[in-house]
Design a protein around this ligand. Structure first.
Ligand code: CA
Length: 441
């Protein structure tokens, strides 16, 4: 196993940062996700940080004060790398583990020099998190939930919901890296071609069926040379960590443009990610088996199959999507829970997606982002987008204050959350991925 449960996951570990010991925090000492941040109050330089309770520990400052030895010079000591995590993502698994171990030591309640370290702690609320934790050269979006694919297929092709390639190929498309933004960025309603009336020519208007998609993304750590492939057995060595992804989707534009080459302008105007990268190391206790296929389904082809991946290729991550409308915000009403789903219901594992992506010799690069596709489960309340929840707008959602939604309205805010829980381990979380809709021009 590449990422093992070890002493860094011990439930009894506590931090001198008190808020990290709160059982409900997303960021206990067992998590330590990375971010790129600056403190609005204290400095405007971008630094690498790790989340701990309600704070961010400035790793670059810790390095400057010799809390990390020479081993870490390549990434913490290299000012050029301060603007992104790529240097760190490219590190060997051994070095990544050492860094996790040392950071945990610095933050543990038994650490003796905490007075000095307190200077390098920043309140999360005072920090600005950078758009991209990494320089994302390329972004690929998969379609790995069979429940999502079947539901969407049923709306558009009632007789033939799931196309025959689905159970053989992890379906995906190349998205756009330039429009990936960090949680909190406001999203302008896109305009595009709409052909609601099949008797008339299309019109260029603001999107009418604006939707979100609840997804989980993974960052590529080590890349591969062009022409080389990545065996499934080694796939996870190439994955650095995970974040939440909202693949904003313009359904009316999509319906008109998607044939024959798939999504294009319906998707590439904006994608929101959570700013914290939860590492593969931190997720080790929350691994599960790959999706159990129905009898009669084909097994993956040999290059997408390994015993290890079948046994532990899945992730048990709880996902929640909330909506807060303008009216709710003005009246002080809490966001409304739209759905709950879990990555363990994905038909393909992240390792299979990555191996498939490189199986033709395509070169993946450090910092590339790949997303799962909408994570939907079997049940109605596990549907990860409005297209499914409202069945293409036919079954509007009624909110507690009497408002209804088919799709998103201007000034609606979507808030996504993710967390892992398992008996005998500390709960860890991903933070939030949020975005509010602004009117079209
Ligand atoms: Ca998607």
């Amino acid at each position: 196993m590449t990422y093992e449960i070890n002493e860094t996951h011990d439930i009894n570990l506590k931090s001198w940062v008190e808020s990290a010991n709160d059982p409900n925090t997303d960021f206990p000492i067992q998590n330590l996700p990375f971010c790129i941040f600056y403190n609005n109050e204290k400095h405007e330089q971008i630094h690498i940080g790790v989340l701990i309770g309600d704070f961010v520990l400035d790793l670059d400052a810790c390095y400057d004060k010799d809390f990390f030895d020479e081993t870490y010079k390549e990434f913490l000591g290299n000012k050029r790398l301060w603007s992104c995590l790529d240097g760190l993502m490219d590190f060997t698994l051994e070095k990544r583990f050492e860094l996790r171990k040392r950071t945990q030591q610095l933050l543990s309640e038994s650490f003796t020099e905490k007075e000095e370290l307190e200077n390098f702690l920043h309140k999360r609320a005072d920090c600005v998190f950078e758009d991209n934790p990494a320089v994302i050269g390329d972004y690929t979006d998969f379609y790995a939930s069979v429940f999502h694919a079947t539901n969407v297929g049923a709306m558009f092709r009632p007789d033939n919901p799931l196309l025959p390639n689905y159970k053989w190929v992890p379906i995906g498309y190349h998205g756009r890296a330039s429009s990936i933004v960090v949680s909190g960025t406001e999203i302008k309603r896109p305009k595009g071609q709409n052909r609601a009336d099949a008797e008339q020519p299309p019109v260029y208007i603001p999107c009418k069926n604006f939707d979100y998609e609840m997804e989980v993304g993974f960052f590529v750590g080590k890349g591969n040379q062009m022409g080389e492939t990545i065996p499934i057995e080694n796939a996870e060595e190439h994955i650095f960590g995970l974040c939440l992804v909202n693949d904003w989707s313009a359904r009316d534009i999509q319906a008109w443009e998607y044939q024959p080459l798939g999504p294009f302008l319906a998707k590439n105007f904006a994608t929101t990610i959570s700013p914290f990268v939860v590492t593969m190391e931190a997720l080790a206790p929350f691994r599960t088996n790959a999706f159990v296929r129905d009898e009669g389904d084909p097994q993956p082809l040999p290059h997408l199959y390994s015993e290890q991946n079948q046994r532990q290729g899945g992730f048990d991550i709880n996902l929640e999507v909330y909506l807060q409308t303008k009216k709710m915000r003005e009246e002080g009403e809490a966001p409304f829970l739209l759905s709950k789903s879990n990555t363990k219901d994905l038909y393909w594992t992240f390792a299979q997606m990555l191996t498939h992506h490189a199986s033709n010799g395509c070169n993946l690069q450090t910092g590339d982002l790949m997303a799962s596709g909408t994570v939907s489960g079997r049940e109605k309340n596990e549907r990860g987008c409005l297209l499914e929840l409202t069945w293409r707008g036919k079954e509007p959602i009624e909110l507690p204050n009497g408002e209804t939604r088919r799709f998103l309205e201007d000034y609606d805010e979507i808030i996504m959350k993710g967390y892992c829980e398992r008996e005998g381990f500390r709960r860890i979380g991903f933070g939030e991925c949020r975005g509010m809709i602004l009117p079209a021009d």
